[in-house]
Design a protein around this ligand. Structure first.
Ligand code: GDP
Ligand code: MG
Length: 448
């Protein structure tokens, strides 16, 4: 991935006393390759490399930073520059309802993102209404209806009675939905549109007609980050026809190469406004240029990780658990299961590990991430589920016979059950020792 490659190219600079034309050329060549392989558009790469070279050579003044650190900082800054320094604002019109037009190819994530956006807006105190104007596919409208129901958002269903519905029906639905939103006191109308697998004149004409009718405050291009350069090309086409106001990069939880973000911004001039990081309605976050660049460059994204932890974890419960674990009684398997469930709320193990820096103590982590066994958590949880509550509160009563039953009940093996019980016993003992010894207690006293 890009971060590994950048790290490698920086490594070559290590041990050099200062930046010279010579030693930077090698590094720049590798940065160039790394960016190209990460789906960054050629024009963007060329421009970036020139900026980096100029700044690097101009930065030979005495500084506390080593040459490597200087280049890292310059590359970081320049990547952030391409993406726009600040998190882009979400635009509303002065006259409600503000209309958000969702544009993009089939499968890019328009319907899913419409729901995510509605949920995000609700949390921010808005009253969004959803409508699908895909008059061609009843199943597409039904998909949005299901999404709306799952997040408890208003939906304009409308009816398509035409035998051969076309743009007229699309515009009629859109017009009705806007009126409905206004009369329901909804301040935002999210318009999910029909997707095609490719860009054609009919699609663009329909989108242009919708834009003219609805006068949207946001035209969001929904881009599947996994499709790399293809997403960049369709972003350009949509922008040429519609003048998009922003983009949403979906499927960033997969192995998407971050380059699409840089390219879309550069090619369309429109900022990336949100990221989609999973299929669930809350796997959605505003786009922070500096954070994504850190992610690309392998410095991790601690800020997002902390934010996510604060949002999803119950601090009271965590403190309770710590107190219990350190006490003479120790924590039970029931407590342990509670903690597992808390951690699972933060997302997949992969997505959590991805946010850690891939330098320093975490170097080489990216390989480990590929081998993460997401099933492990679930297995442990089902083993604990298969115990009786009495057993969860006192693991010592679990004999050989019960271990067999528990393995059977949880679809695991006796060895899995034994491993879990052994690890649990070790952890419990370790915590208790920490609690009674000087170590953690003394530290806690210092911190309070
Ligand atoms: P549309 O055709 O543009 O409306 O696309 P959909 O919203 O139906 O999404 C297509 C597929 O992509 C569905 O299976 C979604 O669950 C999935 N999807 C959408 N956004 C994300 C995302 O951020 N991460 C992942 N992993 N899947 C997503
Ligand atoms: Mg759809």
């Amino acid at each position: 991935n890009l971060s590994d490659k950048l790290q490698r190219s920086f490594k070559n600079l290590r041990g050099q006393g200062s930046i010279t034309d010579e030693n930077i050329s090698e590094a720049l060549r590798e940065i160039r390759l790394a960016l190209l392989e990460s789906d960054v558009n050629l024009d963007v790469v060329t421009e970036l490399i020139e900026h980096i070279r100029t700044r690097a050579l101009g930065s030979q003044v005495a500084t506390a930073l080593s040459p490597t650190e200087q280049i890292v900082k310059i590359v970081h800054d320049e990547l952030v520059n391409v993406l726009g320094r600040d998190t882009a604002r979400f635009q509303k019109s002065s006259q409600p309802p503000s209309v958000i037009l969702m544009a993009g190819l089939q499968g890019s994530g328009k319907t899913t993102t419409s729901g995510k956006l509605a949920q995000w807006l609700k949390k921010a105190g808005h009253r969004p209404m959803l409508v699908s104007v895909d008059v061609y596919r009843p199943a597409a409208r039904e998909q949005l209806a299901i999404v709306a129901r799952s997040i408890n958002a208003s939906l304009y269903e409308g009816k398509v009675t035409e035998a051969n519905p076309g743009t007229d029906a699309v515009l009629r639905l859109a017009r009705e939905a806007k009126r409905e939103a206004a009369s329901y006191g909804c301040d935002i109308l999210i318009v999910d549109t029909a997707g095609r697998n490719h860009i054609d004149d009919a699609l663009m004409a329909e989108m242009a007609a919708l834009k003219k009718l609805l006068n949207p405050s946001e035209i969001l291009f929904i881009a599947d980050a996994m499709t790399g350069q293809d997403a960049v090309n369709s972003a350009k086409a949509f922008n040429d026809h519609l003048a998009i106001t922003g983009a949403v990069l979906t499927k960033m939880d997969g192995d998407a190469r971050g380059g699409a973000a840089l390219s879309i911004r550069h090619v369309t001039g429109a900022p990336i406004k949100f990221l989609g990081t999973g299929e669930k309605p809350d796997a959605f976050e505003p786009f922070h240029p500096d954070r994504i660049v850190s992610r690309i460059m392998g410095h991790g994204d601690i800020a997002t990780l902390i934010e996510r932890a604060e949002e999803k974890l119950d601090r009271g419960k965590a403190e309770q658990f710590a107190k219990k674990a350190l006490s003479g009684d120790g924590f039970s398997l029931e407590d342990f299961r509670d903690q597992l469930r808390q951690i699972k709320k933060m997302g997949s193990m992969k997505s959590i590990l991805k946010m850690l820096p891939s330098v320093g103590p975490f170097a080489g982590m990216s390989q480990a991430i590929d081998n993460v066994d997401e099933g492990q958590f679930t297995r442990v949880e089902s083993i604990i589920n298969s115990m009786t509550q009495k057993e969860r509160l006192d693991h010592e009563i679990i004999n050989g016979n019960r271990r067999k039953r528990i393995a059977k009940g949880s679809g695991t093996t006796v060895q899995d059950v034994n491993n879990l019980l052994r690890q649990y016993a070790q952890m419990r003992k370790m915590f208790k020792t920490m609690g009674s010894g000087g170590g953690l207690k003394a530290q806690q006293r210092m911190m309070s």
